[in-house]
Design a protein around this ligand. Structure first.
Ligand code: ADP
Ligand code: MG
Length: 303
């Protein structure tokens, strides 16, 4: 149930929203698709789900072409669009029956609805109007409708946006749970989200893919040539003194006797800093290597 895009470009009028995007999402993966607003995430998802056509390039889901074999693709895909459009005047169960009808589930309708209500924790809400539900519960309805036909692929466009912290955790757990048996592509601009649930990350910026790797590899991918160290001395020193240390390429004073230094990663500059301190009768109160967060990587790649 892989998703493959080859050189996909989308142009809206004069606006190029996607530029030659080539990615592959393998069966069973949970992939985070992240990028700032306007990066092209929703556009990519609309193309994969067959809602809008690409301008050029090819997209296939489980080997089916999204344009030529749209019906087969739609049977494989569950889609939670951005902002989760729902019919607020319908009752939860009634709405799921309606969606089941669209997928022509026939005699499977009742057991599928029961399963969805169970899985998404909506049993007690099934007879409520959707408009009366909290945002977190509306999101569960969105997930239930996306999964009603038991698709193998889930495309979730910002599934946790607008939720409060507790609801975010609930929905993330739900996605992790269903992701065990499905291929999932989820978009977000929240870094902790991809760290929490995704094995792989695709970062998109202005329609271009700028990173595509396993979550743990992404952090080490950028700016590899620099090591950042934060050091505190027991007395005042001058920036010039630090700059003179072998391997140090950049020196920033944080506050008082706290310094941030960058070095080329080849030489572990910590030994040199220590030698410098001993030689000058300065005490190193603390020294630590600053690990790069996913947040830092995201900013570096998309600024
Ligand atoms: P994201 O989901 O990452 O925020 P989108 O895919 O929604 O980004 O949008 C990508 C770019 O395409 C943006 O610059 C947006 O303004 C533009 N865009 C999206 N939809 C349309 C449309 N229907 N007509 C014109 N421009 C659009
Ligand atoms: Mg979007």
């Amino acid at each position: 149930m892989s998703i493959i895009t080859k050189n996909v470009t989308k142009i809206y009028g004069k606006q190029k929203a996607l530029n030659n995007v080539t990615v592959e999402i393998k069966t069973g993966e949970i992939v985070g698709f992240i990028g700032p607003n306007g990066a092209g995430k929703s556009t990519m998802m609309k193309i994969i789900t067959g809602f809008i056509p690409q301008t050029s390039g090819e997209v296939s889901v489980d080997g089916y072409d999204v344009v030529e074999q749209s019906m087969q693709v739609r049977q494989q895909i569950g889609y939670l669009p951005e902002n989760n459009p729902l019919y607020l005047d319908m009752y939860v169960k009634e709405y799921l029956e309606y969606v089941a009808g669209l997928y022509n589930l026939k005699n499977k309708t009742a057991p599928r609805i029961k399963e969805m209500l169970d899985r998404t924790g909506l049993v007690d809400e099934q007879n409520k109007k959707i408009g009366a539900l909290s945002k977190g519960f509306k999101q569960r309805v969105g997930l239930a409708q996306a999964m009603i036909h038991n698709p193998n692929v889930l495309i979730l466009d910002e599934p946790t946006s607008g939720l409060d912290p507790n609801q975010i955790v609930e929905i993330r757990n739900l996605i992790s749970e269903v992701g065990k048996e499905k291929t999932v592509m989820l978009s977000t601009h929240i870094m902790q989200e991809v760290e929490a649930i995704c094995q792989r990350i695709i970062i998109i910026n202005k329609g271009n893919i700028v990173a595509n790797d396993y979550t743990q590899n992404i952090q080490t991918q950028t700016n590899e040539n620099f090591q950042t160290i934060i050091v505190e001395f027991n007395k005042e020193i001058k920036a010039k003194q630090l700059e003179a240390i072998k391997g140090i390429v950049k020196v920033i004073k944080i506050k008082n006797n706290n310094w941030l230094v960058q070095s080329s990663i080849d030489d572990d500059v910590r030994t040199n800093i220590f030698d410098f301190a001993v030689k000058n009768k300065i005490v190193v109160l603390s020294m630590q290597k600053k690990e790069k967060s996913l947040e830092d990587v995201f900013q570096e790649l998309t600024k």
